[in-house]
Design a protein around this ligand. Structure first.
Ligand SMILES: [Fe+2]
Ligand SMILES: [Fe+2]
Length: 175
């Protein structure tokens, strides 16, 4: 039985999302760099997503894993990578109990979609991946395969981030 390449497991890809290299990951950078240069996206570094992982790092992890999975599956990996960066594009800390973003879990895909449209033109696949990524919390499921990949990857990354408090070595950034 062929052995799985250890560099291509979900866990190793997740780890690699913390050590991206502009030369080795040139194609990924080419796709996402215009978005990462946007001040609104850079500002995601000011907010915590889960544990001590910033929202900026969360969207980079989701984008990279979605890109790799879509590429492997013969899907539109550019749309997957771009939607990954944009899927949680909000302008507030969701832990802050401000009434303007009450029900964050249900509403933030729509906030992210509006913010994304303000900085770039979106394809139908990208738009659907952003607005449906909270399924099944929001009941309408994704329409495209790329959007399904992003939805599943997002849950994987959120779980890894949330479980950091149980890590034996919390100084290890990615477990
Ligand atoms: Fe989200
Ligand atoms: Fe997310």
């Amino acid at each position: 039985m062929p052995r799985r390449n250890p560099r291509n497991t979900l866990r190793s890809l997740y780890r690699h999302s913390f050590a991206l290299d502009p030369a080795a990951d040139a194609e990924f950078y080419r796709i996402v760099l215009p978005l990462l240069r946007e001040p609104g996206i850079q500002n995601l570094d000011a907010y915590i997503q889960h544990s001590d992982i910033t929202l900026l790092h969360h969207v980079i992890s989701v984008s990279y894993l979605t890109y790799r999975a879509c590429k492997r599956l013969g899907l539109n990996y550019e749309a997957g990578a771009r939607a990954g960066i944009l899927h949680d594009f909000v302008t507030y800390d969701w832990h802050d109990p401000d009434p303007s973003h009450r029900l964050h879990g249900f509403r933030h895909p729509y906030f992210a979609l509006a913010n994304a449209k303000a900085i770039t033109a979106l394809s139908a696949v990208e738009e659907n991946a952003i607005v449906r990524h909270m399924w099944p919390l929001t009941p309408i499921p994704p329409r495209y395969k790329e959007a399904w990949v992003l939805t599943l990857v997002d849950k994987y990354c959120a779980t890894k981030e949330t479980l950091r408090k149980y890590q034996k070595h919390p100084e290890d950034l990615v477990s």
